[in-house]
Design a protein. Structure first.
Lengths: 145, 310
């Protein structure tokens, strides 16, 4: 009986978390294509608010940290600081070729490694830039993980 | 004693206003989405948001600043909103407490949430929160006088009655106050005061999310932010209810009257949402001159008209 109650409470918490993911957007040294595609997800055609996903202005309210663009030496400190300021649990999603692997900047002098060398990443959405449909598919996979 | 606790925590109090306010918040978001040709969130979205913040997320205390006041401020905000809700909803649901002069108490209680936000934002030690707090303070200074004139107009129209129950009864026996020229002017003034009290879009400079990234709430996370959200839900229900009690005849809770009560609340919230969706954010200076000059002028004209019996 106690076990069932515990499972119910944990399930309820998980369900509420999955149903209301608030997104904070961190753009590294990006070429802005991924930024535009992320904004496309929130506009009328794709409308992520159907799933309770909102874009928030402060990292303190965020549940998901979207990182795109290549992370160079200067961005690295900022990214770490932003990640440490986020209230846990927080999910990290790396978007675009630069975020996932480094893309064409992988051998650049100022490149400080792909996102997963700096902070733990929960989902990768490759593409240069990924289509809004791909981003939505990535988020759905992340939620059902 | 037990009855008073029931009033505070269950029926017109905490539980009832929170649940109704959450559904109204969903209505507000859905209408916003439909205005922007989107689908909008599911029905229970405000509950998911609230329980996620309350149960799942962790609380981060700011390094500089005062943690005690930072954490107590949202509790005060919820307390003030629920207290005001009880005083407004008891006469609306036809329960008389025999308390003459509750209009003034409601006026003071309705300012408690804004003052707690200012306290919390200044206690967080964040410069952007301080900017938001100072903006909220200026906003309060500008709309409070207008709100007082609005209430004074209603009191004059009711023949110097300070009792919400008597005011509602007077409208139900006679005609609603909105059916006259002065009533329409007072409705316009009241709607804009509510808009500023809720900090919705023409007057949302304290929490401008694109400009100062949520301003007064920037440092809140987890359960304290959940309480802030709860206060917002409650205020979204009780302020339209207050307007309906003062101008539109209150609730008549028998037969078809229940449907009318729901429709009146939805209509006022719809009006607020449409104003919110069709206006840009104005500067704090513009808000001050808007309230101190134009809305006060309108309220004074309404009071003069009432004195001549229109």
């Amino acid at each position: 009986m106690l076990l069932v109650t515990k499972y119910l409470i944990v399930g309820f918490k998980d369900y509420c978390f999955k149903k209301s993911l608030w997104v904070f957007h961190f753009g590294g040294a990006s070429c802005n294509n991924c930024d535009i595609e992320i904004l496309d997800c929130l506009t009328p055609r794709h409308d992520l608010e159907r799933f309770g996903i909102l874009l928030v202005g402060s990292i303190r309210h965020a549940d998901v940290l979207l990182v795109n663009g290549s992370i160079n030496m200067r961005d690295k400190e900022r990214l770490l600081e932003i990640y440490n300021q986020a209230p846990k649990p927080v999910l990290v999603v790396a978007i675009g070729a630069c975020g996932c692997t480094g893309g064409i900047f992988a051998e650049s002098l100022t490149f400080a490694g792909p996102v997963d060398k700096i902070i733990p990443v929960d989902a990768y959405i490759p593409g240069c830039p990924p289509k809004p449909e791909a981003i939505i598919a990535g988020i759905v996979k992340l939620v059902n993980k | 004693m037990a009855v008073n606790l029931f009033y505070f925590f269950v029926f017109p109090g905490l539980l009832f206003v929170a649940v109704t306010g959450a559904f109204l918040s969903w209505f507000d978001r859905k209408i916003t989405a439909r205005v922007q040709f989107r689908k909008g969130p599911p029905l229970f979205q405000p509950f998911y948001d609230f329980f996620k913040l309350l149960l799942v997320k962790e609380t981060i205390l700011p390094k500089q600043g005062s943690p005690v006041i930072f954490l107590i401020a949202p509790v005060f905000a919820v307390f003030g909103a629920v207290m005001a809700g009880v005083f407004i909803l008891l006469p609306l649901f036809n329960i008389t407490t025999g308390f003459k002069g509750d209009m003034l108490v409601i006026f003071y209680l309705l300012t408690i949430p804004s003052f707690s936000y200012i306290m919390g934002s200044l206690a967080s030690g964040n410069p952007l929160a301080a900017v938001g707090g100072s903006r909220e303070m200026k906003l309060i200074l500008s709309y409070e006088l207008t709100f007082l004139l609005f209430i004074a107009g209603i009191i004059m129209k009711a023949g110097q009655q300070f009792d919400l129950y008597t005011i509602i009864k007077m409208q139900q026996d006679g005609s609603p106050f909105i059916g006259s020229i002065s009533g329409v002017l007072l409705l316009i003034v009241g709607i804009f005061c509510i808009q500023a009290k809720l900090a919705l879009v023409p007057f949302d400079m304290p929490e401008a999310e694109a400009e100062i990234t949520e301003g007064i709430f920037i440092e809140y996370s987890g359960p304290p932010y959940g309480l802030v959200k709860l206060t917002k839900y409650i205020m979204l229900f009780i302020l339209p209810a207050f307007l309906i009690a003062l101008l539109m005849n209150g609730f008549r809770l028998e037969g078809i009257g229940i449907l009318w009560a729901v429709l009146k609340i939805l209509l006022v919230v719809l009006l607020i949402t449409l104003i919110r969706n069709t206006n840009p954010r104005i500067r704090i200076k513009q808000a001050i001159s808007f309230f101190l000059i134009w809305m006060n002028l309108l309220a004074v004209i309404a009071i003069v008209l009432i004195a001549f019996g229109y």
